[in-house]
Design a protein around this ligand. Structure first.
Ligand code: NAI
Ligand code: MG
Length: 481
């Protein structure tokens, strides 16, 4: 088992307390590493280092395109090490290897995208009156805090670090205690490159210790958080004490709305993928199927067939469905499965699977639950497991109401060959992203991503994310009387 260090001010260090956290391989629950158990003291050091470097001439003299080069180098390093990174992500998170490869490639793409953007963060000139030159500049905020979840660590660390550094900020990152390893790997790459010490810091630790201390730190200028609604609220409350803005991405209960005139093969393919990807532990998982009554039976029957044929096992064997990350997450899923037994009709799945040789891992069969009341927790709450809930509609209006009938609003899939209907429905669904006849669109590096309602606010990905990491200054210059 490897004992790892965390990365603060360009140095690899243990926690001040000397304590460590054990990291497990979800496939068999064997310990794979130890990482420092950082606490508020370590967070102080990281924020202080970030602040110092951010204010330094050394960082201010880095030209925007030079910041971009560093990020482009990161993309290159990530691709060079893609085998190692994908295996590490699978070891740490449990996800099937090909999904880890896709995540690693997405991480590289984020660095590439924001590397290209670094010298194109522009302001405007605004006509006011003769004799006044009015213009805006987009400045970095300063020290940005990034609290990362365990489900897509390399992607989520990369997308927010790349955007923040492109804009000229200094980053303090707190990966999830369940899966911190690839974020530390990013620190190794930054360490090899020409990035000044203190611009990228990683403090490992528990959420209630290092995470809470970071969100509450008076000298940070922004918090990016992805995770549960509950923790998102406490992060926002902590940041509010210091009037620090937050970007919250808090998951969802995203629907796929399937009309009878859709291309059924395509819809089936993407609906399966959208719920089983990473064993359903995905913020944008397509966890509700909202289907037109006339095709329901045949469509759901085809889905059941596909679910029955899914392979389940350790992610390293590149099965369809890997293990659940932790006992805590398994218990959450298990609780929903018991509700499904009582309140719904389980068409397929519903149970834990024991994988010979990996009995300590938590594996869950891909599950479809039918005959669910729209108000049931099964249709309302994020399960974060491979569990698809079926709801049936007869009219377009009913479909829209159902789609909008949760507290979340992250993603909606619409499946129809009627282009007018597609637009009508897309306009009315309450979610930050809508996919028509697809779901996910190639990773969506360039597409603004974020929630309506309790799925959060602020947008990550694409150019839009730069708003999180910059503040706008308006300058009015009077040059004649
Ligand atoms: P969580 O929201 O508690 O953890 C996410 C991150 O926040 C981790 O880095 C954690 O260490 C940190 N954290 C925890 N408590 C904190 C605090 N008080 N202050 C600052 N940071 C803190 O999520 P958890 O417990 O891992 O999973 C619970 C549920 O959250 C899941 O079942 C799922 O429904 C949802 N979730 C959603 C995600 C998404 O992609 N939107 C990702 C992970 C979890
Ligand atoms: Mg782990």
């Amino acid at each position: 088992m490897k004992k790892r260090k965390m990365y603060v001010d360009g140095k690899w260090i243990d926690s001040k307390s000397g304590e460590a956290i054990t990291v497990f391989n979800p496939a068999n629950y064997e310990p794979i590493a130890q990482v420092p158990r950082g606490n508020s003291e370590d967070v102080n050091d990281a924020v202080e280092a970030a602040r110092r470097t951010f204010e330094s001439q050394q960082w201010r003299n880095v030209k925007p395109h030079e910041r971009g080069y560093i990020l482009l180098e990161m993309a290159k390093r990530i691709r060079e090490c893609k085998d190692e990174l994908a295996r590490l992500e699978t070891l740490d998170v449990g996800k099937p290897l090909s999904q880890s490869y896709a995540d690693v490639e997405a991480a590289a793409r984020y660095f590439e995208f924001y590397g290209g953007v670094a010298d194109k963060i522009m302001g405007e000139t605004i006509p006011v009156e003769p004799g006044i030159l009015d213009y805006t500049i987009r400045e970095p905020l300063g020290v940005t805090a990034h609290i990362i979840p365990w489900n897509y660590p390399i992607q989520i660390s990369s997308r927010s670090a790349a955007a923040a550094i492109a804009a000229g900020n200094a980053v303090v990152m707190k990966p999830a205690e369940d899966a911190p390893l690839t974020t530390l790997k990013l620190a190794e790459f930054f360490d090899e490159l020409n990035l000044p010490n203190g611009i990228f810091n990683v403090v490992t630790g528990f959420g209630h210790e290092a995470g809470a201390a970071l969100a509450l730190h008076p000298d940070i200028d922004h918090v990016t958080f992805t995770g549960s609604v509950e923790t998102g609220i406490s992060v926002m409350q902590a940041a509010a004490k210091n009037v620090v803005p937050v970007t919250l991405e808090l998951g969802g209960k995203s629907p796929n709305i399937v009309f009878s005139d859709c291309d059924k093969e395509k819809a089936l393919h993407w609906i399966v993928k959208s719920i089983i990807q990473n064993a359903g532990q995905t913020c944008s998982a397509g966890s509700r199927l909202i289907i037109e009554k006339s095709i329901k039976d045949s469509f759901v029957e085809a889905l059941v067939e596909r679910f029955k044929n899914m392979t389940i096992g350790p992610g390293i064997e590149d099965v369809d469905i890997g293990p659940i990350i932790s006992k805590k997450q398994f218990d959450i899923i298990q609780n929903f499965l018991s509700i499904a037994e009582r309140e719904g009709k389980i068409l397929v799945g519903g149970r834990r699977v024991m994988i010979p040789g990996n009995e300590k891992g938590y594996y869950v069969q891909p599950t479809i639950v039918d005959e669910v009341d729209a108000n049931s927790p099964l249709a309302q709450e994020e399960i974060f497991g491979p569990v698809l809930t079926v709801l049936t509609f007869e009219s377009e209006e009913e479909a829209i109401q159902m789609a909008n009938g949760t507290k979340f609003g992250l993603v909606t899939g619409i499946w129809t060959s009627d282009v007018k209907r597609a637009h009508r429905v897309a306009e009315r669904v309450q979610s930050g992203q809508v996919f028509i006849n697809n779901y996910g669109a190639g990773g969506g590096i360039q597409m603004p991503f974020g929630g309506y309602k309790r799925s959060g606010f602020g947008r990550e990905k694409g150019l839009e994310a730069l708003r999180n990491y910059t503040q706008l200054k308006n300058i009015a210059l009077k040059y004649s009387d």
